[in-house]
Write a protein that binds this ligand. Structure first.
Ligand code: TYD
Ligand code: MG
Length: 434
């Protein structure tokens, strides 16, 4: 059967011009798919309990929702050099404990992968098969022949679909390769991981282009200056996209940071002015982090405003709120604000903390190291409520903090930590003694 690409008109023989819409050369052959599965009534469909296979890398399992689902495709995106190959080689070694795992690299030679494996101390893993291959048909053949229980493709941008003449890295090529590999995953009932490079230049089709074709899309993030790596789910058909996994890139691969709060707030020596501790929420998980501000007088007509790990626009807004409602004169000051450890904070619940760090540095008065600060700031200087206050406070108490500045109006009776409810930015700064 032939069908018009434009209007959908169907004809049994090919026609140069569509009789319905009048377009030329739009009729293309259309094979009716053999349907083995007629529609079913919703009520009669059996409930399938998805089997999850944990990788035993706790931080990774948390992000994927507890474990891998057979037949699923997991995309792992990130900038070059961030640690995607390292992470998945570690995952592969774990999975190889219960069956053959195939690691296909189109970028690196088996020798290079062996070197990396030696660094990760998994060089002697049995059952981990390394292939250097770019041809999709050949990759599928290897999967079938090795009876692989899991497959890693490093990277999807280097896979040539069968009979494809288009260049490597085009949207069409990565889309086609992803589609065919997901068919393979379902048919073989095995998980397949696809590594995808995010490039700034955009001359390669990035992982974004295939997110809709995969079951789970994860991104590995981290700053250039920091060795902290955060694995974040942006899509998960089998779980929440709320969770993150926190790792540190070490000499021997990615190490799980099981207690991020402790890791991000480790302070040696006395607390300097401009440093505060805020309980932030990453997914459902409260994590304590240190925010540092440096406010320094400048003669420049254009004072610097810089933020690392925070949204610069938000910082600019908070500076305006401080000027307006505290009467602080910051226009002649360079302002730098930093999240220690390289985490990126995206929530407004750290507003009061940021403001306190700036004011503390400006006045050169340190804030008590045993106090945490929670609250969003409104434009009129009011301190607003945040979600999951109790969880944030519990985390602070767990790490031994004794006092918390919190938005007024919450009814919490907590014994573990002393609460200082505040209504406005002015009250907050008075309570903090800055
Ligand atoms: P890699 O996994 O190759 O990144 P990607 O696949 O995302 O491009 O990791 C790249 C960086 O990580 C590289 O600069 C070296 C560093 N690294 C370590 O610091 N420790 C290690 O054990 C390994 C394997 C890599
Ligand atoms: Mg790589």
């Amino acid at each position: 059967m032939y069908r018009c690409r434009d209007c959908g008109y169907g004809s049994l023989k090919w026609l140069g011009r569509c009789p319905q819409c009048g377009q030329w050369d739009t009729l293309t052959e259309f094979k009716r798919p053999d349907s083995h599965s007629p529609p079913q009534a919703l009520a009669t469909i059996p409930l399938e309990e998805a089997q999850r296979r944990p990788t035993q890398i706790t931080e990774f399992d948390r992000v994927i929702g507890g474990g891998l689902i057979a037949g699923s495709v997991v995309l792992v995106g990130g900038e070059p050099g961030i640690g995607k190959s390292t992470l998945l080689l570690q995952v592969a070694a774990q999975l190889a404990r219960d069956g053959p795992v195939l690691y296909i690299s189109g970028e690196e030679s088996p020798g290079q992968i062996k070197l990396r494996a030696e660094r990760l101390a998994i060089g002697k893993t049995n059952n981990l098969l390394i292939g250097h291959e770019q041809n999709l048909a050949a990759i599928c053949e290897h999967v079938l022949q090795t009876k692989a229980a899991a497959v890693i493709i490093d990277s999807i941008q280097t896979v040539f679909p069968a009979g494809e003449s288009a260049g490597l890295g085009t949207t069409h090529q990565v889309g086609q390769a992803t589609f065919e590999l997901s068919q393979l995953a379902r048919a073989q009932k095995i998980p397949i991981f696809l590594i995808g490079h995010v490039t700034k230049s955009g001359d390669f089709a990035g992982p974004k282009a295939i997110e809709h074709l995969v079951d789970v899309a994860l991104y590995v993030e981290g700053g250039r200056e920091s060795d902290v790596r955060v694995v974040r789910a942006v899509k998960n058909r089998f779980g929440s996209t709320e969770e993150i996994g926190v790792f540190q890139m070490t000499e021997a691969g990615l190490r799980e940071i099981a207690n991020p709060s402790q890791f991000f707030t480790e302070r040696l020596g006395p607390v300097p002015a401009g440093s505060v501790i805020v309980p932030t929420l990453e997914g459902t998980r409260p994590i304590l982090v240190e925010i540092q501000a440096l406010v320094a007088f400048t003669r420049s007509n254009y004072p610097q405003r810089r933020a690392t790990g925070l949204d610069l626009n938000r910082v600019a807004l908070l500076v305006a709120v401080i000027e307006k409602h505290l009467g602080a004169q910051l226009s002649g000051e360079d302002i730098y604000v930093n999240v220690a450890g390289g985490l990126m904070l995206r929530e407004t619940a750290v507003d009061v903390g940021i403001a306190a760090a700036i004011v503390s540095s400006f006045k050169e008065k340190p804030i008590d190291g045993q106090t945490v600060i929670i609250g969003e700031l409104g434009l009129s200087g009011e301190v607003r409520r945040v979600k999951k206050l109790r969880e944030r406070l519990a985390e602070a108490a767990k790490l031994g903090y004794g006092r918390a500045v919190v938005p007024a109006g919450e009814k919490l009776d907590l014994k573990e930590i002393e609460l200082c409810p505040v209504h406005t930015i002015r009250e907050a700064m008075e309570t903090l003694g800055v």
